[in-house]
Design a protein around this ligand. Structure first.
Ligand SMILES: *[C@@H]1O[C@H](CO)[C@@H](O)[C@H](O)[C@H]1NC(C)=O
Ligand SMILES: *[C@@H]1O[C@H](CO)[C@@H](O)[C@H](O)[C@H]1NC(C)=O
Length: 184
């Protein structure tokens, strides 16, 4: 209930500031320090147009990601999520685009892993998945802690609005039992 109120308030705020956010996106972190961005993250919130990605409300848990930059310039990304089938994790190696700060592995169905913004305590990650003509977009709010600041939550919801994912925005319950399955 509290979360829903928080979400409703934040959405109201987003609608109020919607006009300036258009100019802000896309704002990729051009000068991202990947070794600083590496390590363990909680996934505090998600918005996705992938049907049936999340389990029912009472089975949802915090997600997690472990990001590791290799010397070869490849990015290793593990993600754990509570899914309808239970806690699932997946790991994939991504290669950087020649020109843009985007990592992908189209063979594995990852069309793009973009860090839209970060201060290294939180991160806004835009994930594009799908094969061939199928395209799914997800926005993830990363945080080093199991909570998020109001400002990062607002930025997440602003970006959901721009990506037209506002209706799919979900703040995950603070149960870390799935997240900790990939904690190093
Ligand atoms: C990137 O971050 C690492 C780890 O925090 C730090 O040691 C390094 O100096 C940073 N590199 C740059 C170019 O700022
Ligand atoms: C969140 O993390 C803190 C510090 O690591 C921990 O003490 C607390 O129990 C966690 N909260 C939940 C709800 O898991």
């Amino acid at each position: 209930m509290e979360l829903e109120l928080e979400l409703a308030l934040a959405i109201a705020l987003v609608l109020a500031v919607g006009s300036w956010t258009q100019e802000v996106f896309p704002k990729e972190a051009q000068t991202l320090n990947w070794s600083k961005f590496s390590g363990f993250w909680y996934i505090i919130a998600i918005a996705t147009d992938t049907q049936g990605f999340l389990p029912p409300r009472d089975k949802r848990k915090l997600g997690a990601s472990v990001v590791k930059m290799h010397k070869t310039g490849q990015l290793r990304v593990a993600i754990a999520f509570s899914r309808p089938q239970g806690c699932q994790s997946r790991e994939v190696t991504l290669k950087k685009d020649r020109k843009r700060p985007v990592f992908r592995n189209t063979l594995k169905g990852v069309k793009g892993f973009h860090v839209l913004s970060t201060d290294y305590t939180y991160g806004l990650v835009y994930l594009r998945l799908g094969r061939a003509g199928n395209n799914y977009k997800s926005l993830l709010l990363f945080n080093r802690q199991n909570i998020s600041s109001f400002l990062s939550l607002r930025e997440f919801l602003d970006t959901c609005y721009i990506l037209q994912l506002t209706k799919q925005a979900t703040i995950l319950p603070k149960d870390d039992s799935c997240a900790h399955t990939i904690r190093p």
